[in-house]
Design a protein around this ligand. Sequence first.
Ligand code: NAI
Length: 324
Amino acid sequence: SATPVKVAVTGAAGQIGYSLLFRIASGELLGKDTPVELRLLEITPALKALEGVVMELDDCAFPTLAGVVIGDDPEEIFADVDGAMLVGAMPRKEGMDRADLLAANGKIFTGQGAALNKVAPKAKVLVTGNPANTNALIAMRNAPDMAPEQFNALTRLDHNRAKSMLAKKLGVSVAEIKDLAIWGNHDDSMYPDLFNTKVNGKAATELVDQTWITEEYIPTVATRGGAIIKARGASSAASAANATIDHMRDWMLGTDEVVSMSVPSDGSYGVPEGIISSFPCRVRGGKWEIVQGLELGDFSRERIMASAARLESERDQVQQLGLI
Ligand code: NAI
């Protein structure tokens, strides 16, 4: 039978992990015909809980699951992986600001970037753990032998939220919406561009008015994470796992759709080179490309630049901390 594809997941005993692992193991990442080996990284105190999750994975008897390896040593877990989903990060605690979070999580990603560089030179690395874009930048910069293209951050959840919310507003199915994309940082400055979005071939901006976009749509997409915490008493987990799978599946297998991916900027559309920012992307043969030639008006450009400025400021902070 085929050689298993090795997929690493960090933070595997966490909330997102609890949804993510079962879906990867059941074949939702690569299809039912591709065996998968899961390589699960956790911090030492969480290994016992992770053993319990592995017992449950066993109890599902998934035909596609070729094996599970768990541990707390990144070099052991990442060895020869084809894909790495870096989900594990420290959650923001009471009284912690974004700078504290950057410092605490930054250290995780210097170590994991260096480990990937050493043992998984071909891996596609997708960072979900927040602040995702800057964590991905840290991992990328600590993996000097890998190509920058191998490092992405997750804005697919924002993309899926934006798509679903527009579909609901217009009373259409999500499948009727094409070319929607999120630009910028995975934070409340992210920008869902409806000007280049098509609904059954028509520009979305012909179907909704500007006031709705500015005053309702953008803020609602941007604060959806908070709304879920308020309602559920815990942050989005199943939808974050779903988006992580969507992104990695499209990256590995390709897609005909335009999708939102946070990727190292090459300077396209004036987004400063080197930061990891969300763009509309196409993926084919395991390689992503930023969609070129889109028209951006002042409204879009202003918001994209404001979000890029956030990313530059985060980059400057982690630079000052010596993490990159
Ligand atoms: P969680 O707190 O339930 O799980 C995180 C897990 O990571 C814990 O089990 C913890 O032990 C582990 N961990 C911490 N440091 C680690 C390290 N150095 N190596 C390996 N594992 C480590 O959190 P949850 O809900 O699963 O979320 C995980 C991350 O994903 C958070 O940073 C969250 O903010 C982020 N997130 C990102 C989204 C996005 O769209 N980009 C959406 C939702 C969540």
